[in-house]
Ligand binder design. Sequence first.
Ligand code: SAM
Length: 229
Amino acid sequence: MPLLPRRFERLKAVLDRRMGDLTVLLEYVDKPHNLSAILRSCDAVGALEAHAVCLGKRVPTFNDTAQGSQKWVPLHLHPSGPEAVASLRQHGFLIYGTHLGVNAVDYRRCDFTGPTAFVLGAEKWGLGEATAELVDQAIFIPMQGMVQSLNVSVATATLLFEALRQRQAAGMVPQHGEGLDPERYQRLLFEWAYPDVAAWCRREQRPYPPLDHEGAIAENLPRTVRLRT
Ligand code: SAM
């Protein structure tokens, strides 16, 4: 079925508000329902992508909890927590680790309007020591109950929505695609609109064809490829 203009407008509206400077790093969070819920929260606040370190370096599985958000929020795998932190730092992120070290501060006292990466730990044992030592700031969400910690997906959502709240209050949430570079925007828009054609282009090592203003492919592609649109 051809891409409807209304669907194209919706894809653009979501991409227009994506933030490349807000992300999460998940260290050994491996329960499919937690990973799924976290990606769904990333999609909900407008985080462009997420990062993870996984046991056995396998690609994590998602379940219905994700509601397909894994299609909209790419998850990048890293070999280890310290290497992931180094890579994020190199990309200009301030690294907030969630653990109760002596220097940990209430998350509401932090400014998340700059490039922000939240690091979340495994369901059972929390953040690894080597990674915890490397973060720029340790943070915690104050708790008032009998249980000592939140479910990791709940903690992630709490932090992401605080970052979104702060950015909205500061008028810093992108409205017209300024949250990612224009070349990346166009590439993602094509991949979201035509995932099968995008995969074909990558296999053929050819650039994505241009789209017209209603989202139709403005190039004559082979018939077998056109049938996939
Ligand atoms: N027993 C583990 C520990 O001592 O860290 C509990 C891990 S908790 C279930 C899983 C992850 O959720 C933590 O590593 C942290 O990233 C996040 N988390 C849970 N409660 C939190 C809180 N109150 N503040 C910040 N992060 C929290």
